[in-house]
Design a protein around this ligand. Structure first.
Ligand SMILES: C[S@@+](CC[C@H](N)C(=O)[O-])C[C@H]1O[C@@H](n2cnc3c(N)ncnc32)[C@H](O)[C@@H]1O
Length: 380
Protein backbone atom coordinates (compact mmCIF):
# COMPACT_ATOMS: atom_id res chain seq x y z
CA UNK A 1 0.00 0.00 0.00
CA UNK A 2 1.45 3.43 -0.80
CA UNK A 3 2.58 5.18 2.34
CA UNK A 4 2.17 8.69 0.99
CA UNK A 5 -0.39 10.18 -1.25
CA UNK A 6 0.20 13.04 -3.63
CA UNK A 7 -0.85 15.58 -0.98
CA UNK A 8 1.97 14.48 1.35
CA UNK A 9 4.45 14.90 -1.47
CA UNK A 10 2.94 18.27 -2.35
CA UNK A 11 3.40 19.48 1.23
CA UNK A 12 7.00 18.34 1.22
CA UNK A 13 7.64 20.14 -2.03
CA UNK A 14 6.03 23.30 -0.72
CA UNK A 15 8.09 23.18 2.47
CA UNK A 16 11.19 22.49 0.42
CA UNK A 17 10.62 25.47 -1.84
CA UNK A 18 9.90 27.73 1.11
CA UNK A 19 13.15 26.67 2.74
CA UNK A 20 15.09 27.16 -0.49
CA UNK A 21 13.73 30.61 -1.26
CA UNK A 22 16.22 33.44 -0.91
CA UNK A 23 19.88 33.79 -1.61
CA UNK A 24 21.42 32.54 1.65
CA UNK A 25 20.76 29.72 4.10
CA UNK A 26 19.97 30.82 7.66
CA UNK A 27 20.59 28.34 10.50
CA UNK A 28 16.86 27.88 10.83
CA UNK A 29 16.32 27.11 7.15
CA UNK A 30 19.40 24.90 7.09
CA UNK A 31 17.89 22.79 9.91
CA UNK A 32 14.55 22.58 8.10
CA UNK A 33 16.24 21.51 4.87
CA UNK A 34 18.30 18.92 6.64
CA UNK A 35 15.09 17.34 8.06
CA UNK A 36 13.42 17.45 4.65
CA UNK A 37 16.40 15.89 2.93
CA UNK A 38 16.49 12.98 5.35
CA UNK A 39 12.73 12.41 5.28
CA UNK A 40 11.18 9.19 3.92
CA UNK A 41 9.03 11.39 1.67
CA UNK A 42 12.12 12.63 -0.17
CA UNK A 43 13.18 9.03 -0.68
CA UNK A 44 9.82 8.31 -2.29
CA UNK A 45 10.30 11.26 -4.64
CA UNK A 46 13.87 10.22 -5.49
CA UNK A 47 12.81 6.62 -6.12
CA UNK A 48 10.13 7.86 -8.53
CA UNK A 49 12.66 10.13 -10.28
CA UNK A 50 15.10 7.24 -10.52
CA UNK A 51 12.40 5.11 -12.09
CA UNK A 52 12.40 7.75 -14.81
CA UNK A 53 9.03 9.40 -14.21
CA UNK A 54 7.84 12.76 -13.08
CA UNK A 55 7.47 11.03 -9.80
CA UNK A 56 4.52 11.57 -7.62
CA UNK A 57 2.39 14.45 -8.80
CA UNK A 58 4.25 17.01 -10.85
CA UNK A 59 7.37 19.06 -10.52
CA UNK A 60 7.06 21.80 -7.95
CA UNK A 61 5.10 24.59 -9.57
CA UNK A 62 6.40 27.21 -7.21
CA UNK A 63 9.82 27.54 -8.81
CA UNK A 64 8.74 30.76 -10.51
CA UNK A 65 7.87 32.22 -7.15
CA UNK A 66 11.23 31.38 -5.58
CA UNK A 67 13.12 34.60 -5.20
CA UNK A 68 16.73 35.39 -5.99
CA UNK A 69 18.94 35.08 -9.04
CA UNK A 70 19.55 31.79 -10.85
CA UNK A 71 23.15 31.79 -9.66
CA UNK A 72 22.06 32.35 -6.05
CA UNK A 73 19.60 29.49 -6.40
CA UNK A 74 22.30 27.10 -7.69
CA UNK A 75 24.61 28.05 -4.82
CA UNK A 76 21.91 27.33 -2.24
CA UNK A 77 20.90 24.09 -3.97
CA UNK A 78 24.53 22.86 -3.91
CA UNK A 79 24.91 23.73 -0.26
CA UNK A 80 21.78 21.96 0.87
CA UNK A 81 21.86 18.92 -1.40
CA UNK A 82 25.58 18.24 -1.67
CA UNK A 83 26.68 19.93 1.55
CA UNK A 84 29.40 22.00 -0.12
CA UNK A 85 29.80 25.26 -2.04
CA UNK A 86 29.13 25.03 -5.78
CA UNK A 87 32.32 24.62 -7.83
CA UNK A 88 32.84 26.97 -10.76
CA UNK A 89 32.07 24.28 -13.37
CA UNK A 90 28.82 23.22 -11.71
CA UNK A 91 27.72 26.78 -11.09
CA UNK A 92 28.32 27.72 -14.70
CA UNK A 93 26.67 24.57 -16.03
CA UNK A 94 23.43 24.95 -14.06
CA UNK A 95 23.21 28.73 -14.39
CA UNK A 96 23.54 28.33 -18.16
CA UNK A 97 20.94 25.56 -18.17
CA UNK A 98 18.51 27.78 -16.25
CA UNK A 99 19.15 30.66 -18.64
CA UNK A 100 18.35 28.27 -21.50
CA UNK A 101 14.98 27.37 -20.01
CA UNK A 102 15.68 24.53 -17.54
CA UNK A 103 13.43 24.74 -14.48
CA UNK A 104 14.75 25.09 -10.96
CA UNK A 105 12.98 21.84 -10.15
CA UNK A 106 15.01 20.20 -12.93
CA UNK A 107 18.25 21.42 -11.35
CA UNK A 108 17.23 19.97 -7.98
CA UNK A 109 16.32 16.69 -9.61
CA UNK A 110 19.75 16.44 -11.31
CA UNK A 111 21.57 17.17 -8.07
CA UNK A 112 19.42 14.72 -6.10
CA UNK A 113 20.11 11.97 -8.63
CA UNK A 114 23.87 12.60 -8.78
CA UNK A 115 26.38 10.02 -7.56
CA UNK A 116 27.64 12.60 -5.09
CA UNK A 117 24.22 12.95 -3.44
CA UNK A 118 23.87 9.15 -3.40
CA UNK A 119 27.22 8.85 -1.62
CA UNK A 120 26.24 11.51 0.87
CA UNK A 121 22.99 9.70 1.60
CA UNK A 122 24.92 6.47 2.11
CA UNK A 123 27.19 8.20 4.60
CA UNK A 124 24.33 8.76 7.06
CA UNK A 125 24.95 6.41 10.01
CA UNK A 126 22.32 3.72 10.39
CA UNK A 127 21.39 1.01 12.84
CA UNK A 128 22.21 -2.32 11.17
CA UNK A 129 21.93 -4.74 14.10
CA UNK A 130 20.32 -8.12 13.48
CA UNK A 131 19.89 -9.24 17.10
CA UNK A 132 18.00 -6.49 18.86
CA UNK A 133 14.75 -5.29 20.37
CA UNK A 134 12.24 -4.05 17.75
CA UNK A 135 14.11 -0.97 16.68
CA UNK A 136 12.47 2.27 15.45
CA UNK A 137 15.82 3.27 13.90
CA UNK A 138 15.28 0.66 11.21
CA UNK A 139 12.65 3.00 9.73
CA UNK A 140 15.61 5.29 8.86
CA UNK A 141 17.64 2.55 7.17
CA UNK A 142 17.15 2.62 3.38
CA UNK A 143 18.23 -0.99 2.78
CA UNK A 144 15.75 -2.16 5.42
CA UNK A 145 12.98 0.13 4.19
CA UNK A 146 13.41 -1.18 0.65
CA UNK A 147 12.54 -4.66 1.97
CA UNK A 148 9.56 -3.33 3.93
CA UNK A 149 8.23 -1.65 0.79
CA UNK A 150 8.90 -4.75 -1.30
CA UNK A 151 6.67 -6.66 1.11
CA UNK A 152 3.93 -4.16 0.27
CA UNK A 153 3.90 -2.67 3.78
CA UNK A 154 3.51 0.99 4.74
CA UNK A 155 6.80 2.74 5.42
CA UNK A 156 5.66 5.81 7.34
CA UNK A 157 6.69 5.98 10.97
CA UNK A 158 3.19 6.50 12.31
CA UNK A 159 2.26 3.03 11.00
CA UNK A 160 5.24 1.49 12.81
CA UNK A 161 4.28 -1.94 14.17
CA UNK A 162 6.07 -5.02 15.50
CA UNK A 163 4.61 -7.30 12.82
CA UNK A 164 6.09 -5.52 9.78
CA UNK A 165 9.27 -5.16 11.84
CA UNK A 166 9.50 -8.94 12.32
CA UNK A 167 8.87 -9.75 8.65
CA UNK A 168 11.33 -7.15 7.40
CA UNK A 169 14.01 -7.92 9.97
CA UNK A 170 13.75 -11.63 9.11
CA UNK A 171 14.48 -10.96 5.44
CA UNK A 172 17.11 -8.29 6.23
CA UNK A 173 18.97 -10.62 8.59
CA UNK A 174 18.80 -13.73 6.39
CA UNK A 175 20.05 -11.71 3.42
CA UNK A 176 22.91 -10.18 5.39
CA UNK A 177 23.89 -13.62 6.67
CA UNK A 178 23.90 -14.96 3.11
CA UNK A 179 21.32 -17.72 3.62
CA UNK A 180 18.38 -16.31 1.67
CA UNK A 181 18.97 -17.63 -1.83
CA UNK A 182 16.75 -18.88 -4.62
CA UNK A 183 17.62 -22.50 -3.73
CA UNK A 184 17.29 -22.09 0.07
CA UNK A 185 15.09 -24.49 2.04
CA UNK A 186 13.10 -22.83 4.81
CA UNK A 187 10.85 -24.03 7.62
CA UNK A 188 8.57 -21.76 9.64
CA UNK A 189 7.35 -22.93 13.06
CA UNK A 190 4.01 -21.65 14.41
CA UNK A 191 3.55 -20.13 10.96
CA UNK A 192 -0.21 -19.68 10.78
CA UNK A 193 -0.75 -18.03 7.42
CA UNK A 194 1.75 -15.17 7.91
CA UNK A 195 2.20 -13.17 4.72
CA UNK A 196 5.98 -13.51 4.70
CA UNK A 197 5.60 -17.20 3.74
CA UNK A 198 4.21 -16.16 0.36
CA UNK A 199 6.98 -13.64 -0.20
CA UNK A 200 9.60 -16.26 0.71
CA UNK A 201 8.02 -18.70 -1.76
CA UNK A 202 8.87 -16.14 -4.44
CA UNK A 203 12.49 -15.80 -3.23
CA UNK A 204 13.60 -19.27 -2.02
CA UNK A 205 13.65 -22.87 -3.22
CA UNK A 206 11.24 -24.49 -0.79
CA UNK A 207 9.20 -23.13 2.10
CA UNK A 208 7.38 -25.32 4.61
CA UNK A 209 4.91 -23.71 7.00
CA UNK A 210 4.20 -25.73 10.16
CA UNK A 211 1.63 -25.04 12.85
CA UNK A 212 -0.79 -26.95 15.09
CA UNK A 213 -3.70 -25.34 13.25
CA UNK A 214 -6.02 -26.24 16.12
CA UNK A 215 -7.29 -24.95 19.47
CA UNK A 216 -7.88 -21.34 20.39
CA UNK A 217 -5.83 -19.90 17.51
CA UNK A 218 -8.47 -21.04 15.03
CA UNK A 219 -10.72 -18.22 16.23
CA UNK A 220 -8.53 -15.80 18.21
CA UNK A 221 -7.60 -12.35 16.88
CA UNK A 222 -6.76 -12.65 13.19
CA UNK A 223 -7.51 -16.41 13.15
CA UNK A 224 -3.75 -16.87 12.85
CA UNK A 225 -4.02 -20.65 13.30
CA UNK A 226 -6.87 -21.05 10.82
CA UNK A 227 -6.75 -24.70 9.62
CA UNK A 228 -8.47 -23.81 6.33
CA UNK A 229 -5.07 -22.63 5.07
CA UNK A 230 -4.01 -26.29 4.86
CA UNK A 231 -6.56 -26.93 2.09
CA UNK A 232 -6.65 -23.55 0.36
CA UNK A 233 -3.36 -21.70 0.99
CA UNK A 234 -3.84 -19.44 -2.02
CA UNK A 235 -6.94 -17.91 -0.41
CA UNK A 236 -4.63 -16.31 2.21
CA UNK A 237 -1.97 -15.08 -0.24
CA UNK A 238 -1.63 -11.28 -0.30
CA UNK A 239 -0.11 -11.45 -3.81
CA UNK A 240 0.60 -14.04 -6.54
CA UNK A 241 3.19 -16.59 -5.43
CA UNK A 242 5.01 -19.72 -6.67
CA UNK A 243 2.49 -22.26 -5.39
CA UNK A 244 4.75 -25.25 -5.94
CA UNK A 245 7.34 -23.83 -3.53
CA UNK A 246 5.11 -23.42 -0.46
CA UNK A 247 3.64 -26.27 1.60
CA UNK A 248 1.55 -26.05 4.77
CA UNK A 249 1.77 -28.89 7.31
CA UNK A 250 0.02 -29.56 10.59
CA UNK A 251 2.82 -30.15 13.10
CA UNK A 252 3.80 -29.49 16.71
CA UNK A 253 6.86 -27.21 16.79
CA UNK A 254 8.21 -29.10 19.79
CA UNK A 255 8.46 -32.30 17.71
CA UNK A 256 9.30 -31.47 14.11
CA UNK A 257 8.76 -34.39 11.73
CA UNK A 258 11.81 -33.63 9.56
CA UNK A 259 15.16 -35.33 9.26
CA UNK A 260 18.28 -33.73 10.77
CA UNK A 261 20.04 -30.98 8.77
CA UNK A 262 17.27 -30.57 6.21
CA UNK A 263 16.98 -26.75 6.12
CA UNK A 264 19.05 -23.62 5.49
CA UNK A 265 16.72 -21.43 7.55
CA UNK A 266 14.39 -22.28 10.44
CA UNK A 267 12.39 -19.37 11.79
CA UNK A 268 9.52 -18.64 14.14
CA UNK A 269 7.76 -15.30 14.59
CA UNK A 270 5.67 -14.40 17.66
CA UNK A 271 4.88 -18.01 18.39
CA UNK A 272 7.17 -19.88 20.81
CA UNK A 273 5.87 -17.89 23.78
CA UNK A 274 2.60 -19.79 23.25
CA UNK A 275 4.16 -23.27 23.19
CA UNK A 276 4.04 -24.01 26.94
CA UNK A 277 6.41 -21.69 28.82
CA UNK A 278 10.18 -22.14 28.96
CA UNK A 279 10.12 -25.90 28.48
CA UNK A 280 7.98 -25.68 25.31
CA UNK A 281 10.13 -22.86 23.92
CA UNK A 282 13.41 -24.66 24.66
CA UNK A 283 12.14 -27.90 23.09
CA UNK A 284 11.14 -25.97 19.95
CA UNK A 285 14.48 -24.16 19.63
CA UNK A 286 16.33 -27.46 19.98
CA UNK A 287 14.16 -29.01 17.30
CA UNK A 288 14.74 -26.05 14.99
CA UNK A 289 18.50 -26.41 15.56
CA UNK A 290 18.35 -30.15 14.84
CA UNK A 291 16.72 -29.68 11.42
CA UNK A 292 19.22 -26.97 10.37
CA UNK A 293 22.28 -27.82 8.32
CA UNK A 294 25.59 -26.65 9.84
CA UNK A 295 25.95 -22.99 8.89
CA UNK A 296 22.17 -22.66 8.67
CA UNK A 297 20.37 -19.84 10.48
CA UNK A 298 17.70 -19.95 13.17
CA UNK A 299 15.71 -16.71 13.36
CA UNK A 300 13.39 -16.06 16.24
CA UNK A 301 11.03 -13.29 17.28
CA UNK A 302 9.46 -13.48 20.72
CA UNK A 303 8.25 -11.32 23.63
CA UNK A 304 10.92 -9.57 25.75
CA UNK A 305 9.89 -7.91 29.03
CA UNK A 306 11.35 -4.42 29.45
CA UNK A 307 9.78 -3.72 32.84
CA UNK A 308 7.32 -5.16 35.30
CA UNK A 309 6.40 -8.55 36.69
CA UNK A 310 6.47 -11.87 34.83
CA UNK A 311 3.41 -12.43 32.67
CA UNK A 312 2.39 -15.56 30.82
CA UNK A 313 3.41 -15.68 27.17
CA UNK A 314 6.28 -13.22 27.68
CA UNK A 315 9.92 -13.82 28.66
CA UNK A 316 12.08 -11.95 31.15
CA UNK A 317 15.60 -10.99 29.92
CA UNK A 318 17.25 -13.81 31.89
CA UNK A 319 14.86 -16.30 30.28
CA UNK A 320 15.75 -14.99 26.82
CA UNK A 321 19.43 -15.48 27.71
CA UNK A 322 18.64 -19.06 28.71
CA UNK A 323 16.68 -19.71 25.49
CA UNK A 324 19.67 -18.62 23.45
CA UNK A 325 22.11 -20.93 25.26
CA UNK A 326 21.38 -24.17 23.40
CA UNK A 327 23.83 -26.79 22.20
CA UNK A 328 24.96 -26.38 18.59
CA UNK A 329 23.77 -22.76 18.32
CA UNK A 330 25.71 -19.51 18.41
CA UNK A 331 24.30 -16.00 18.36
CA UNK A 332 25.54 -14.22 15.22
CA UNK A 333 26.20 -11.09 17.31
CA UNK A 334 25.41 -9.80 20.81
CA UNK A 335 21.80 -8.77 21.33
CA UNK A 336 21.25 -5.00 21.41
CA UNK A 337 19.01 -4.87 24.47
CA UNK A 338 19.50 -1.15 25.04
CA UNK A 339 17.23 0.13 22.27
CA UNK A 340 14.66 1.46 24.75
CA UNK A 341 17.26 3.24 26.79
CA UNK A 342 17.75 5.34 23.63
CA UNK A 343 14.06 5.88 22.82
CA UNK A 344 11.25 7.28 24.87
CA UNK A 345 7.99 5.39 24.46
CA UNK A 346 4.39 5.15 25.62
CA UNK A 347 3.47 1.45 25.87
CA UNK A 348 0.26 0.49 24.11
CA UNK A 349 -2.28 -1.26 26.31
CA UNK A 350 -2.93 -4.49 24.41
CA UNK A 351 -6.17 -5.14 26.33
CA UNK A 352 -7.71 -1.77 25.47
CA UNK A 353 -6.10 -0.52 22.24
CA UNK A 354 -4.63 -3.55 20.44
CA UNK A 355 -4.61 -1.90 17.00
CA UNK A 356 -3.12 1.46 17.91
CA UNK A 357 0.08 2.53 16.13
CA UNK A 358 2.97 3.32 16.39
CA UNK A 359 3.10 -0.04 18.12
CA UNK A 360 6.52 -1.22 19.25
CA UNK A 361 6.34 -1.24 23.04
CA UNK A 362 3.19 -2.76 24.54
CA UNK A 363 1.87 -3.88 27.90
CA UNK A 364 -0.34 -6.37 29.60
CA UNK A 365 -1.18 -4.56 32.87
CA UNK A 366 2.16 -3.61 34.46
CA UNK A 367 4.22 -5.92 32.27
CA UNK A 368 5.81 -3.80 29.55
CA UNK A 369 7.35 -5.69 26.64
CA UNK A 370 8.40 -5.64 23.02
CA UNK A 371 9.74 -8.01 20.36
CA UNK A 372 13.26 -9.36 20.54
CA UNK A 373 14.71 -10.58 17.26
CA UNK A 374 17.44 -13.21 17.45
CA UNK A 375 19.61 -14.81 14.77
CA UNK A 376 21.61 -17.92 15.70
CA UNK A 377 23.97 -19.92 13.51
CA UNK A 378 24.00 -23.72 13.63
CA UNK A 379 27.58 -24.82 14.33
CA UNK A 380 28.90 -28.32 13.56
C1 LIG B 1 0.49 -15.49 17.52
S1 LIG B 1 0.28 -16.75 16.33
C2 LIG B 1 1.58 -16.32 15.21
C3 LIG B 1 1.36 -16.84 13.82
C4 LIG B 1 2.37 -16.35 12.79
N1 LIG B 1 3.73 -16.72 13.13
C5 LIG B 1 2.28 -14.86 12.58
O1 LIG B 1 3.27 -14.15 12.91
O2 LIG B 1 1.26 -14.36 12.07
C6 LIG B 1 0.89 -18.20 17.16
C7 LIG B 1 0.76 -19.44 16.35
O3 LIG B 1 1.38 -20.52 17.05
C8 LIG B 1 0.63 -21.71 16.80
N2 LIG B 1 0.97 -22.71 17.81
C9 LIG B 1 0.62 -22.75 19.12
N3 LIG B 1 1.19 -23.81 19.73
C10 LIG B 1 1.93 -24.46 18.79
C11 LIG B 1 2.78 -25.60 18.79
N4 LIG B 1 2.98 -26.31 19.91
N5 LIG B 1 3.37 -25.95 17.63
C12 LIG B 1 3.19 -25.26 16.51
N6 LIG B 1 2.41 -24.16 16.43
C13 LIG B 1 1.79 -23.77 17.56
C14 LIG B 1 -0.80 -21.22 16.81
O4 LIG B 1 -1.67 -22.13 16.15
C15 LIG B 1 -0.69 -19.88 16.09
O5 LIG B 1 -0.89 -20.00 14.70
Amino acid sequence: MPAFDARDIRSLQDAFWDALAGPTLSTHRRALLSRLLSSPELNVIRAAWKAGGQGVGQDPTRSDEASGTDEGFVRVAYECLLGRPADEGGLHHYAAALAAGETRAGVLRSLALSDEFEQRARGVPQDTQLCELANPAKWDNEEWLAILRDLGLADDKLSMHRKPYEFTQLVYGCRRLGVLRDDASIVSVGAGHEMILYWLANHAGRVIATDMYEGAWQNLQGREGDPDVLARPWDYAPFPYRRERLTFMKMDGRRLAFRDRAFDIAYSLSSIEHFGGMSGAVATIREMARVLRPGGVLALATEYVLAGPPHEETFQPDEIAELIRQPGLELVEPVDESVYRRYSYAPIDLYRMPYQTPHVVVRFGDTVFTTVMLFLRRVQ
